[in-house]
Design a protein around this ligand. Sequence first.
Ligand SMILES: *Cc1c(COP(=O)(O)O)cnc(C)c1O
Length: 387
Amino acid sequence: MSTQAGHPTILIPGPVEFDDAVLQAMAHPSESHVGAPFVNVFGETLSLLRQLFIASDPASQPLVLSGSGTLGWDVVASNLAEPGDDVLVLHTGYFADSFADCFKTYGVNAFQLKAPIGSGPSLSKIEEELRSKKYRIITITHTDTSTGVLSDIKAVSEIVHRVSPDTLVVVDGVCSVGCEEIQFDAWGIDVVLTASQKAIGAPAGLCIMMLSGRAVKTSEARKAPPGSYFASLKNWLPIMRNYEAKKPSYFATPSPQLVRALHTSLQQIFRAPLSVRFETHKAVSRKVKSAIESLGLRQLANTPADQANGMTAIYLPEGITSPDLLPKLLAKGVVMAGGLHREIAAKYFRFGHMGVSVMNEGLGHIDKALAALKEALAEAGYQKAQA
Ligand SMILES: *Cc1c(COP(=O)(O)O)cnc(C)c1O
Protein backbone atom coordinates (compact mmCIF):
# COMPACT_ATOMS: atom_id res chain seq x y z
CA MET A 1 0.00 0.00 0.00
CA SER A 2 1.23 3.45 -0.86
CA THR A 3 1.59 5.93 1.99
CA GLN A 4 0.63 8.80 -0.32
CA ALA A 5 -2.69 10.64 -0.14
CA GLY A 6 -5.15 9.46 -2.77
CA HIS A 7 -4.56 11.28 -6.05
CA PRO A 8 -5.07 10.81 -9.77
CA THR A 9 -2.25 8.90 -11.46
CA ILE A 10 0.09 11.34 -13.18
CA LEU A 11 1.07 9.94 -16.57
CA ILE A 12 2.34 13.05 -18.29
CA PRO A 13 5.88 13.40 -19.68
CA GLY A 14 7.07 14.78 -16.37
CA PRO A 15 6.62 15.31 -13.49
CA VAL A 16 6.07 11.59 -12.99
CA GLU A 17 4.71 9.58 -10.05
CA PHE A 18 6.95 9.22 -6.98
CA ASP A 19 7.96 6.15 -5.11
CA ASP A 20 6.95 6.51 -1.43
CA ALA A 21 10.57 6.41 -0.23
CA VAL A 22 11.51 9.31 -2.54
CA LEU A 23 8.77 11.48 -1.09
CA GLN A 24 9.68 10.46 2.46
CA ALA A 25 13.28 11.55 1.83
CA MET A 26 11.90 15.08 1.38
CA ALA A 27 10.63 15.01 4.98
CA HIS A 28 14.18 14.93 6.36
CA PRO A 29 14.58 17.50 9.15
CA SER A 30 16.42 20.68 8.35
CA GLU A 31 20.17 20.35 8.25
CA SER A 32 23.25 22.36 7.38
CA HIS A 33 24.21 22.27 3.72
CA VAL A 34 27.88 22.13 4.80
CA GLY A 35 27.43 19.55 7.58
CA ALA A 36 28.94 16.10 7.14
CA PRO A 37 25.65 14.14 6.83
CA PHE A 38 24.44 16.22 3.89
CA VAL A 39 27.86 16.58 2.27
CA ASN A 40 28.15 12.77 2.28
CA VAL A 41 24.73 12.37 0.66
CA PHE A 42 25.53 14.99 -1.99
CA GLY A 43 28.89 13.36 -2.70
CA GLU A 44 27.30 9.93 -3.09
CA THR A 45 24.60 11.42 -5.32
CA LEU A 46 27.25 12.77 -7.69
CA SER A 47 29.01 9.39 -7.75
CA LEU A 48 25.71 7.65 -8.53
CA LEU A 49 25.19 10.08 -11.41
CA ARG A 50 28.53 9.01 -12.90
CA GLN A 51 27.16 5.47 -12.88
CA LEU A 52 23.84 6.54 -14.37
CA PHE A 53 25.60 8.28 -17.27
CA ILE A 54 28.23 5.52 -17.57
CA ALA A 55 30.94 8.16 -17.29
CA SER A 56 34.08 7.00 -15.56
CA ASP A 57 36.66 9.43 -17.01
CA PRO A 58 37.92 11.32 -13.91
CA ALA A 59 38.22 14.52 -16.00
CA SER A 60 34.45 14.57 -16.48
CA GLN A 61 32.20 16.21 -13.89
CA PRO A 62 28.59 15.69 -12.77
CA LEU A 63 26.67 18.71 -11.47
CA VAL A 64 23.43 19.10 -9.53
CA LEU A 65 22.08 22.66 -9.42
CA SER A 66 18.88 24.09 -7.98
CA GLY A 67 16.69 24.85 -10.95
CA SER A 68 14.82 22.98 -13.64
CA GLY A 69 16.08 21.37 -16.84
CA THR A 70 15.98 24.73 -18.57
CA LEU A 71 18.88 25.91 -16.40
CA GLY A 72 21.00 23.30 -18.19
CA TRP A 73 20.49 25.20 -21.44
CA ASP A 74 21.71 28.39 -19.76
CA VAL A 75 24.78 26.57 -18.41
CA VAL A 76 25.62 25.32 -21.92
CA ALA A 77 24.90 28.59 -23.73
CA SER A 78 26.70 30.84 -21.22
CA ASN A 79 29.80 28.68 -20.61
CA LEU A 80 30.52 26.50 -23.64
CA ALA A 81 29.82 28.94 -26.46
CA GLU A 82 31.02 32.50 -26.80
CA PRO A 83 29.08 35.43 -28.26
CA GLY A 84 29.25 35.23 -32.05
CA ASP A 85 29.86 31.47 -32.16
CA ASP A 86 27.75 29.27 -34.42
CA VAL A 87 25.92 26.30 -32.95
CA LEU A 88 23.79 23.69 -34.69
CA VAL A 89 20.48 22.74 -33.07
CA LEU A 90 18.86 19.57 -34.39
CA HIS A 91 15.13 20.12 -34.40
CA THR A 92 12.67 17.37 -33.49
CA GLY A 93 10.06 19.63 -31.87
CA TYR A 94 9.33 22.39 -29.37
CA PHE A 95 12.41 21.97 -27.21
CA ALA A 96 14.85 22.74 -30.02
CA ASP A 97 13.14 26.11 -30.60
CA SER A 98 13.56 26.91 -26.91
CA PHE A 99 17.21 25.80 -26.73
CA ALA A 100 17.91 27.95 -29.81
CA ASP A 101 16.22 30.92 -28.09
CA CYS A 102 18.42 30.35 -25.06
CA PHE A 103 21.59 30.48 -27.19
CA LYS A 104 20.40 33.74 -28.78
CA THR A 105 19.96 35.21 -25.28
CA TYR A 106 23.73 34.91 -24.86
CA GLY A 107 24.57 36.28 -28.30
CA VAL A 108 25.27 32.85 -29.80
CA ASN A 109 24.06 32.14 -33.36
CA ALA A 110 21.82 29.07 -33.31
CA PHE A 111 21.05 27.38 -36.64
CA GLN A 112 18.22 24.86 -36.58
CA LEU A 113 18.22 21.81 -38.82
CA LYS A 114 14.58 20.89 -39.16
CA ALA A 115 12.61 17.86 -40.31
CA PRO A 116 8.91 17.14 -40.85
CA ILE A 117 6.94 16.61 -37.61
CA GLY A 118 7.35 13.03 -36.45
CA SER A 119 10.96 12.54 -37.47
CA GLY A 120 14.38 14.08 -37.06
CA PRO A 121 16.96 15.42 -39.53
CA SER A 122 18.59 12.56 -41.45
CA LEU A 123 22.15 11.55 -40.65
CA SER A 124 23.26 12.56 -44.16
CA LYS A 125 21.77 16.08 -43.75
CA ILE A 126 23.51 16.40 -40.39
CA GLU A 127 26.83 15.36 -41.92
CA GLU A 128 26.39 17.80 -44.80
CA GLU A 129 25.59 20.67 -42.42
CA LEU A 130 28.57 19.90 -40.19
CA ARG A 131 30.87 19.97 -43.24
CA SER A 132 29.47 23.31 -44.39
CA LYS A 133 30.58 25.42 -41.43
CA LYS A 134 32.56 25.37 -38.19
CA TYR A 135 30.08 24.72 -35.40
CA ARG A 136 31.19 25.15 -31.80
CA ILE A 137 28.35 22.95 -30.48
CA ILE A 138 25.72 20.57 -31.84
CA THR A 139 22.64 19.95 -29.70
CA ILE A 140 20.41 16.92 -29.91
CA THR A 141 17.12 16.51 -28.05
CA HIS A 142 17.28 12.82 -27.12
CA THR A 143 13.51 12.49 -26.60
CA ASP A 144 11.58 15.50 -27.79
CA THR A 145 8.81 15.65 -25.24
CA SER A 146 6.58 17.62 -27.60
CA THR A 147 6.51 14.93 -30.29
CA GLY A 148 7.75 11.70 -28.68
CA VAL A 149 10.51 11.56 -31.30
CA LEU A 150 13.67 9.75 -30.22
CA SER A 151 17.02 10.75 -31.71
CA ASP A 152 19.91 8.37 -32.30
CA ILE A 153 22.48 10.26 -30.24
CA LYS A 154 25.10 7.55 -30.65
CA ALA A 155 24.96 7.78 -34.46
CA VAL A 156 24.96 11.59 -34.46
CA SER A 157 27.91 11.71 -32.08
CA GLU A 158 29.81 9.29 -34.32
CA ILE A 159 29.31 11.61 -37.30
CA VAL A 160 30.40 14.66 -35.31
CA HIS A 161 33.62 12.97 -34.19
CA ARG A 162 34.33 11.89 -37.76
CA VAL A 163 33.60 15.09 -39.70
CA SER A 164 33.78 17.92 -37.15
CA PRO A 165 35.81 16.65 -34.21
CA ASP A 166 36.11 20.03 -32.45
CA THR A 167 32.34 20.40 -32.15
CA LEU A 168 30.98 19.67 -28.67
CA VAL A 169 28.16 17.11 -28.57
CA VAL A 170 25.41 18.36 -26.25
CA VAL A 171 22.40 16.16 -25.46
CA ASP A 172 19.15 17.49 -24.01
CA GLY A 173 18.25 14.39 -22.04
CA VAL A 174 15.55 15.95 -19.89
CA CYS A 175 13.00 13.37 -21.04
CA SER A 176 15.40 10.47 -21.62
CA VAL A 177 17.87 10.14 -18.76
CA GLY A 178 16.62 7.24 -16.67
CA CYS A 179 14.52 5.64 -19.40
CA GLU A 180 16.74 5.52 -22.51
CA GLU A 181 20.24 4.09 -22.79
CA ILE A 182 23.00 6.72 -22.69
CA GLN A 183 26.69 5.77 -22.64
CA PHE A 184 28.38 9.08 -21.99
CA ASP A 185 32.04 8.03 -22.38
CA ALA A 186 31.64 5.30 -24.98
CA TRP A 187 29.52 7.45 -27.28
CA GLY A 188 31.80 10.49 -27.00
CA ILE A 189 29.21 12.86 -25.55
CA ASP A 190 30.33 16.17 -24.03
CA VAL A 191 27.25 17.28 -22.14
CA VAL A 192 24.03 15.62 -21.04
CA LEU A 193 21.62 17.88 -19.26
CA THR A 194 18.48 16.69 -17.51
CA ALA A 195 16.06 17.45 -14.69
CA SER A 196 14.93 15.62 -11.58
CA GLN A 197 11.21 15.29 -12.35
CA LYS A 198 11.14 13.12 -15.46
CA ALA A 199 12.42 9.53 -15.75
CA ILE A 200 14.72 9.97 -12.75
CA GLY A 201 11.56 10.12 -10.64
CA ALA A 202 12.39 12.82 -8.08
CA PRO A 203 10.47 16.05 -7.44
CA ALA A 204 10.99 18.97 -9.82
CA GLY A 205 13.64 21.50 -8.79
CA LEU A 206 17.03 20.09 -9.77
CA CYS A 207 19.03 20.57 -12.93
CA ILE A 208 21.36 17.59 -13.41
CA MET A 209 24.30 17.62 -15.80
CA MET A 210 27.26 15.56 -16.87
CA LEU A 211 30.20 17.35 -18.50
CA SER A 212 33.08 15.69 -20.32
CA GLY A 213 36.70 16.66 -19.57
CA ARG A 214 36.63 18.45 -22.93
CA ALA A 215 33.56 20.47 -21.94
CA VAL A 216 35.18 21.38 -18.61
CA LYS A 217 38.33 22.54 -20.47
CA THR A 218 36.25 24.54 -22.96
CA SER A 219 34.58 26.41 -20.11
CA GLU A 220 37.94 27.09 -18.47
CA ALA A 221 39.54 28.32 -21.70
CA ARG A 222 36.78 30.72 -22.77
CA LYS A 223 37.82 34.29 -23.55
CA ALA A 224 34.69 36.22 -22.62
CA PRO A 225 33.49 35.78 -19.03
CA PRO A 226 30.33 33.66 -18.76
CA GLY A 227 27.23 35.75 -19.41
CA SER A 228 25.52 34.38 -16.32
CA TYR A 229 26.46 34.49 -12.64
CA PHE A 230 24.35 31.69 -11.12
CA ALA A 231 24.93 29.42 -14.14
CA SER A 232 28.69 30.04 -14.25
CA LEU A 233 30.76 26.86 -14.30
CA LYS A 234 33.68 28.82 -12.88
CA ASN A 235 31.56 29.20 -9.77
CA TRP A 236 30.15 25.66 -9.66
CA LEU A 237 32.91 23.30 -10.80
CA PRO A 238 35.05 23.69 -7.64
CA ILE A 239 31.95 23.23 -5.48
CA MET A 240 30.91 20.03 -7.24
CA ARG A 241 34.44 18.64 -7.07
CA ASN A 242 34.51 19.33 -3.35
CA TYR A 243 31.13 17.76 -2.69
CA GLU A 244 32.16 14.70 -4.65
CA ALA A 245 35.28 14.47 -2.48
CA LYS A 246 32.89 14.85 0.52
CA LYS A 247 34.36 18.21 1.48
CA PRO A 248 32.05 21.07 2.48
CA SER A 249 31.93 23.95 0.04
CA TYR A 250 29.68 26.89 -0.69
CA PHE A 251 28.73 29.04 -3.64
CA ALA A 252 24.92 29.13 -3.36
CA THR A 253 22.77 27.06 -1.00
CA PRO A 254 21.70 23.71 -2.46
CA SER A 255 18.35 22.14 -1.48
CA PRO A 256 19.17 19.37 1.03
CA GLN A 257 15.64 17.90 0.78
CA LEU A 258 15.66 17.69 -3.01
CA VAL A 259 19.16 16.25 -3.09
CA ARG A 260 18.11 13.61 -0.55
CA ALA A 261 15.09 12.73 -2.71
CA LEU A 262 17.36 12.45 -5.76
CA HIS A 263 19.80 10.30 -3.79
CA THR A 264 16.96 7.95 -2.83
CA SER A 265 15.62 7.70 -6.37
CA LEU A 266 19.12 6.97 -7.74
CA GLN A 267 19.64 4.25 -5.13
CA GLN A 268 16.35 2.71 -6.25
CA ILE A 269 17.34 2.93 -9.90
CA PHE A 270 20.48 0.91 -9.10
CA ARG A 271 18.54 -1.91 -7.42
CA ALA A 272 18.26 -3.40 -10.92
CA PRO A 273 20.92 -3.29 -13.63
CA LEU A 274 20.46 -0.27 -15.91
CA SER A 275 20.02 -2.60 -18.89
CA VAL A 276 16.95 -4.13 -17.20
CA ARG A 277 15.55 -0.67 -16.56
CA PHE A 278 15.90 0.32 -20.21
CA GLU A 279 14.48 -3.00 -21.46
CA THR A 280 11.48 -2.62 -19.12
CA HIS A 281 10.79 0.86 -20.48
CA LYS A 282 11.00 -0.54 -24.02
CA ALA A 283 8.63 -3.40 -23.24
CA VAL A 284 6.05 -1.13 -21.57
CA SER A 285 6.38 1.36 -24.43
CA ARG A 286 5.70 -1.42 -26.97
CA LYS A 287 2.64 -2.44 -24.98
CA VAL A 288 1.32 1.14 -24.90
CA LYS A 289 2.02 1.71 -28.57
CA SER A 290 0.38 -1.52 -29.68
CA ALA A 291 -2.69 -0.72 -27.53
CA ILE A 292 -2.83 2.71 -29.22
CA GLU A 293 -2.64 1.07 -32.64
CA SER A 294 -5.33 -1.42 -31.84
CA LEU A 295 -7.56 1.48 -30.84
CA GLY A 296 -6.98 2.73 -34.39
CA LEU A 297 -4.98 5.79 -33.29
CA ARG A 298 -1.80 7.14 -34.88
CA GLN A 299 1.38 8.41 -33.24
CA LEU A 300 3.27 11.58 -34.18
CA ALA A 301 6.57 9.70 -34.38
CA ASN A 302 6.60 7.89 -37.70
CA THR A 303 8.67 4.74 -37.51
CA PRO A 304 9.44 2.52 -34.51
CA ALA A 305 13.06 3.76 -34.64
CA ASP A 306 11.79 7.34 -34.21
CA GLN A 307 9.62 6.48 -31.20
CA ALA A 308 10.68 7.28 -27.66
CA ASN A 309 10.27 4.64 -24.96
CA GLY A 310 9.28 6.93 -22.09
CA MET A 311 6.25 8.59 -23.67
CA THR A 312 3.87 8.43 -26.61
CA ALA A 313 2.42 11.40 -28.53
CA ILE A 314 -0.90 10.40 -30.10
CA TYR A 315 -3.09 12.14 -32.70
CA LEU A 316 -6.63 12.74 -31.46
CA PRO A 317 -9.37 11.14 -33.56
CA GLU A 318 -11.18 13.49 -35.97
CA GLY A 319 -13.73 15.60 -34.05
CA ILE A 320 -12.35 14.94 -30.55
CA THR A 321 -10.30 17.59 -28.74
CA SER A 322 -8.04 17.52 -25.68
CA PRO A 323 -10.65 19.50 -23.69
CA ASP A 324 -13.09 16.65 -24.54
CA LEU A 325 -10.74 13.82 -23.68
CA LEU A 326 -8.54 14.93 -20.78
CA PRO A 327 -11.35 15.68 -18.27
CA LYS A 328 -12.89 12.27 -19.05
CA LEU A 329 -9.55 10.64 -18.29
CA LEU A 330 -9.24 12.66 -15.09
CA ALA A 331 -12.68 11.47 -13.98
CA LYS A 332 -11.22 7.95 -14.24
CA GLY A 333 -8.23 8.92 -12.15
CA VAL A 334 -5.66 9.42 -14.91
CA VAL A 335 -3.85 12.60 -15.92
CA MET A 336 -2.40 12.83 -19.42
CA ALA A 337 -1.15 15.94 -21.23
CA GLY A 338 -2.32 17.93 -24.23
CA GLY A 339 -0.19 18.76 -27.26
CA LEU A 340 2.80 21.09 -27.13
CA HIS A 341 4.25 21.35 -30.64
CA ARG A 342 3.24 24.84 -31.78
CA GLU A 343 1.98 23.87 -35.25
CA ILE A 344 -0.31 21.01 -34.18
CA ALA A 345 -0.84 21.42 -30.42
CA ALA A 346 -4.64 21.04 -30.61
CA LYS A 347 -4.45 17.86 -32.66
CA TYR A 348 -2.81 15.43 -30.24
CA PHE A 349 -2.23 14.40 -26.64
CA ARG A 350 0.64 12.86 -24.71
CA PHE A 351 0.95 9.83 -22.47
CA GLY A 352 4.05 9.64 -20.26
CA HIS A 353 5.25 6.19 -19.23
CA MET A 354 8.47 6.39 -17.29
CA GLY A 355 9.88 5.84 -13.82
CA VAL A 356 8.06 4.05 -11.06
CA SER A 357 4.84 3.66 -13.09
CA VAL A 358 6.85 1.49 -15.48
CA MET A 359 9.29 -0.20 -13.12
CA ASN A 360 6.70 -1.15 -10.49
CA GLU A 361 4.12 -3.14 -12.43
CA GLY A 362 2.27 -3.89 -9.20
CA LEU A 363 1.06 -0.29 -9.10
CA GLY A 364 -1.08 -1.07 -12.16
CA HIS A 365 -0.69 2.45 -13.54
CA ILE A 366 -0.25 1.54 -17.18
CA ASP A 367 -3.13 -0.94 -17.36
CA LYS A 368 -5.37 1.54 -15.56
CA ALA A 369 -4.42 4.27 -18.05
CA LEU A 370 -5.00 2.09 -21.11
CA ALA A 371 -8.42 1.01 -19.83
CA ALA A 372 -9.32 4.63 -18.96
CA LEU A 373 -8.25 5.80 -22.40
CA LYS A 374 -10.40 3.25 -24.18
CA GLU A 375 -13.45 4.17 -22.10
CA ALA A 376 -12.87 7.93 -22.32
CA LEU A 377 -12.58 7.75 -26.11
CA ALA A 378 -15.82 5.77 -26.32
CA GLU A 379 -17.59 8.32 -24.08
CA ALA A 380 -16.33 11.09 -26.36
CA GLY A 381 -18.06 9.33 -29.25
CA TYR A 382 -15.05 7.72 -30.85
CA GLN A 383 -15.53 4.62 -32.95
CA LYS A 384 -12.61 2.85 -34.54
CA ALA A 385 -12.78 3.11 -38.32
CA GLN A 386 -13.44 -0.20 -40.07
CA ALA A 387 -10.35 -1.52 -41.80
C1 LIG B 1 10.90 19.10 -19.83
C2 LIG B 1 11.95 19.33 -20.84
C3 LIG B 1 12.79 20.45 -20.81
C4 LIG B 1 12.61 21.56 -19.83
O1 LIG B 1 12.82 21.12 -18.54
P1 LIG B 1 12.22 21.94 -17.30
O2 LIG B 1 12.56 21.07 -16.15
O3 LIG B 1 10.75 22.05 -17.58
O4 LIG B 1 12.87 23.25 -17.28
C5 LIG B 1 13.78 20.56 -21.75
N1 LIG B 1 13.96 19.62 -22.67
C6 LIG B 1 13.17 18.53 -22.75
C7 LIG B 1 13.44 17.52 -23.80
C8 LIG B 1 12.15 18.36 -21.82
O5 LIG B 1 11.38 17.28 -21.90
